[in-house]
Design a protein. Structure first.
Length: 76
């Protein structure tokens, strides 16, 4: 794994974690949107070079979680 790939992996994970641990409802939606975009962007990169199946599975799990949280957030 190259340095830039490791850095990209760290970026999406940080944005995702920021959204997961946000307790302020007014800031949750924008953080979920940012996390979804970061995950989708990284998924595109990983699919272009599918050497890291583990990260792709993590990204798919993160995307499902974000979609679930967005639906739940809309109901509250």
């Amino acid at each position: 794994m190259q340095v830039s790939q490791a850095n990209n992996q760290s970026v999406w994970k940080q944005v995702y974690q920021d959204a997961l641990f946000e307790i302020d409802q007014t800031r949750l939606r924008p953080k979920l949107e940012a996390a979804l975009k970061a995950v989708q962007d990284r998924m595109f990169e990983v699919r272009s070079d599918p050497t890291d199946r583990r990260e792709l599975m993590e990204l798919e799990d993160a995307k499902r979680t974000i979609v679930f949280l967005r639906k739940h957030e809309l109901q509250t």
